[in-house]
Design a protein around this ligand. Structure first.
Ligand code: BGC
Length: 259
């Protein structure tokens, strides 16, 4: 139990990777704050699974919409979590969305939706928690769920790639600026993980087959593949790691092959 007594907020934990992370951190002994925007039933499912894992859990924003793209909602999530548990030790900025469209057809509203959740929400959640840690003189760990697409182009997902590329620099900057306060900041960059964000791909045998051919380990990742790495970064085993991105992608990122 590497996280006994710690409090972790996991944004976007009603499904997919976020749900896997919430469960895994609870298994490691953390008290977990679940956050959702539009899937209360998913948040309920996470809660049941967290409790089955033996964890203590608080459903922040259960009755309100906590949209990570809206700074007031972000503030509510962080403040409610602190009010409930007294503090937060670990912030996992997991909530993220993507929209498919050729670059020339991306609408302003889709651009805003992606950037607000994937970047603005991460920025201000980190700012709010950093202020709390600095004021209360506590150390803390920020873990951002980024993507292989903080490095790798993903045609037709330009706003998504821009948000993940920015997240890379956000982590590097914060790592340097917040290190004097004992705050570490790292990114976890998943490859192709079997979650709802990939529903379309999973239902398209041709595209899925082509993608699998590019993954050296020959399979899609599962949320628990990502969650194990997050649990490590959240633990004291990772105290000397900051400002870096760790990839969990089955080798996808570096797999160039000339046919
Ligand atoms: C995206 C997925 C994509 C995967 C691998 C992830 O960041 O959310 O849609 O399948 O990267 O390209």
């Amino acid at each position: 139990m590497r996280l006994a007594g710690k409090v972790a907020v996991v944004t976007g934990s009603s499904q997919g990777i976020g749900q896997g992370i919430a469960i895994r951190l609870a298994q490691e002994g953390a008290k977990v704050v679940i956050n959702y925007r539009s899937h209360p039933e998913g948040a309920e499912e996470t809660l049941v699974k967290v409790q089955a894992a033996g964890g203590e859990c608080y459903m922040s924003g259960y009755s309100i919409k906590a949209d990570l793209g809206v700074v007031e909602d972000v503030r509510y999530l962080i403040e409610e979590s602190i009010n409930h548990y007294g503090t937060i030790d670990i912030l996992v900025n997991n909530a993220g969305i993507e929209k498919h469209a050729p670059f020339t057809e991306v609408s302003e509203s889709d651009y805003d939706a992606v950037m607000n959740v994937n970047l603005k929400g991460v920025f201000f959640a980190s700012q709010l928690i950093a202020k709390h840690w600095i004021e209360t003189q506590r150390p803390g760990k920020i873990i951002n769920i980024s993507s292989v697409h903080e490095e790798l182009p993903f045609p037709n997902f330009t706003a998504y790639c821009a948000s993940k590329g920015a997240m890379k620099m956000l982590a590097r900057n914060l790592a340097v600026e917040l290190a004097p306060y004992g705050i570490t900041v790292n990114n976890v960059a998943p490859g192709a993980i079997e979650t709802p964000i990939n529903t379309k791909l999973l239902n398209d045998p041709e595209k899925l087959g082509a993608l699998l051919n590019h993954i050296p380990l020959g399979r899609l990742g599962q949320p628990q593949d990502v969650a194990g790495l997050v649990a490590f970064l959240a633990s004291s085993d990772a105290d000397y790691i900051t400002g870096t991105t760790l990839f969990v992608d089955g080798g996808l990122l570096w797999n160039y092959q000339e046919q």
